[in-house]
Design a protein around this ligand. Sequence first.
Ligand code: ATP
Ligand code: MG
Length: 318
Amino acid sequence: MPAAIETQELTKDFLVGFWRPRPYRALDGLTLSIEAGEVFGFLGPNGAGKSTTLKLLLQLIYPTNGTARILGKPAGEVEVRRRIGYLPENPYFYDDLTAEEVLSYFASLFGLRGADVARRVSTVLDDVGIAAERRMRLRGFSKGMLQRVGLAQAILNEPDVLFLDEPMSGLDPIGRRQVRDLILSLRQRGCTVFFSSHILPDAEALCSRVAIVVQGRLVANGAVSEIAEFQLTGWELVAADVNESLRSSIAGRARKVTSIGAGRFVIDLPPEVGPDRVLAELAAGGAHIVSLNPHRETLEDYFIRQVSAAAPRQTGID
Ligand SMILES: Nc1ncnc2c1ncn2[C@@H]1O[C@H](COP(=O)(O)OP(=O)(O)OP(=O)(O)O)[C@@H](O)[C@H]1O
Ligand SMILES: [Mg+2]
């Protein structure tokens, strides 16, 4: 079976500057292969080249170099377009229309007619959680609600491959949760999902694999648990009602034990000391667990390190 999405040395230069336009390399030799059925996270800081990559995959813009194939065919072929969905970074709709009208219009563009339009629109409105607002004009929609209309539009044609540019942006925690559940249900029915984000926990909760781009270059590609920078660096355990003998017994294995009030401590455990035995010991000694959190390098720390390590760029082309 061909890869669902495949890029070879995909490169994009933009001409910047008005009087003396010079090329600026927004994407530099991206080679990626994504299997059918994968949920793939495309991560990077602002300006990394995420939206540029998505637009190249959709053939909204053309590469300076390299190729992109979707479902085994060149990106942009009519047959491919029919089988994909796309949520742009800032979806824009004619705001005099209601959600139902806009989606019915798109459904008719996809070739649906009559009762099939109403049925499909009703299903996707439910899927994205705006069924109650279906008759409201989009002018009155919040950013999060518009994002959901965009998502509904992207899944209208039951795509085999779905491209989402920052699908969680503008959503509150409930909205993020709904989008996560929606992506998981799409995966269940075999849809390949390629989404960009700069939020690691969203990617971690959903993705079989992530790629990280910084300044147009691929800097990591693999399962989140395999990318060395995100491996566990320790545990932070907060416990209450810890007596002195418990404290001194655990202090020997901890990197640090900090008192935060009578009998309450923050216990910093190194990664090789699994928290299970410490938790059991605390519980047996009459202490109570307040919280337990794993420590890893955050995506933000990682981005900052990568960006500061990269050489400053003039034209962007080396
Ligand atoms: N049409 C264009 N003309 C000139 N430069 C562009 C154009 N589109 C993008 N760029 C530049 O290319 C680089 C990558 O932009 P892109 O929008 O792909 O980043 P991104 O990773 O999506 O960032 P964000 O997280 O802010 O959405 C940026 O430096 C941007 O300024
Ligand atoms: Mg973007």
